[in-house]
Design a binder for this molecule. Structure first.
Ligand SMILES: [Zn+2]
Length: 211
């Protein structure tokens, strides 16, 4: 029995041409929100502070990203600074892409929001839910070469978008320098990302870092 070992690069010309995505930061309030674009097909990674949809919308406008070109919004994890505007985006026509491991954690996010504070609660029945295993094929339909990986550590529901270019949208996964025996899960997540080819971290807060 002959079986091809590699799964990433077989038939290099069979998968069509791949264009390297462009990356834009539309963040505010010390938090980065990344727009990954291949032409006018765009994915938004991390979705704004709760109650601040106006600020996110204004930044998208100012940086020339039409809402209708954002195919999906993806939160690295369901904390208030990363997924706070998920429902506002949906109401504005941007579907929410959820990884199955995140689903149970979505309702927990609002515990961090005080009664009376401005927040649009996230409905669960109208999201696009995929597994990490399905993510490569799903992203390919958007023209984006990469995959979504479960990277627990900062939170149980934490995922990382890893492009084939090596760009990793790592959300709040702790900085490499902070990993060690103190947090085995974070270290294991970084280890997996590096093994899978990550070379540049695009964090939820702070500057882009070479890995
Ligand atoms: Zn954060």
């Amino acid at each position: 029995v002959t079986k091809t070992a590699g799964k990433g690069f077989q038939g290099g010309r069979g998968g069509g041409t791949t264009t390297e995505p462009t990356i834009l930061n539309v963040g505010y309030k010390s938090t980065n929100y990344w727009v990954i674009s291949v032409g006018t097909s765009r994915l938004l990674v991390d979705l704004g502070w709760y109650g601040m949809w106006g600020a996110l919308k204004a930044n998208l406008d100012r940086m020339g990203v039409p809402l209708k070109e954002i195919r999906y919004g993806l939160a690295t994890h369901y904390h208030v600074d990363h997924a706070g505007c998920a429902q506002d985006l949906k109401l504005a026509g941007v579907p929410l892409l959820v990884v199955d491991v995140q689903v149970p954690w979505i309702p927990h996010m609002k515990k961090a929001i005080k009664p009376g504070e401005k927040f649009t609660d996230i409905t669960l029945n109208d999201n696009t839910v995929i597994t990490c295993a399905e993510s490569r094929a799903f992203l390919a339909k958007l023209g984006i070469a990469g995959e979504i990986l479960h990277t627990p550590g900062h939170s149980n529901d934490h995922v990382t978008l890893l492009l084939d270019t090596g760009a990793a949208f790592v959300g709040d996964l702790g900085p490499l320098s902070m990993t060690g025996e103190a947090d085995d899960r974070t270290a294991a997540s970084w280890q997996m990302l590096i093994e899978k080819g990550a070379n540049t971290a695009y964090p939820g807060h702070g500057n882009i870092r070479r890995m």
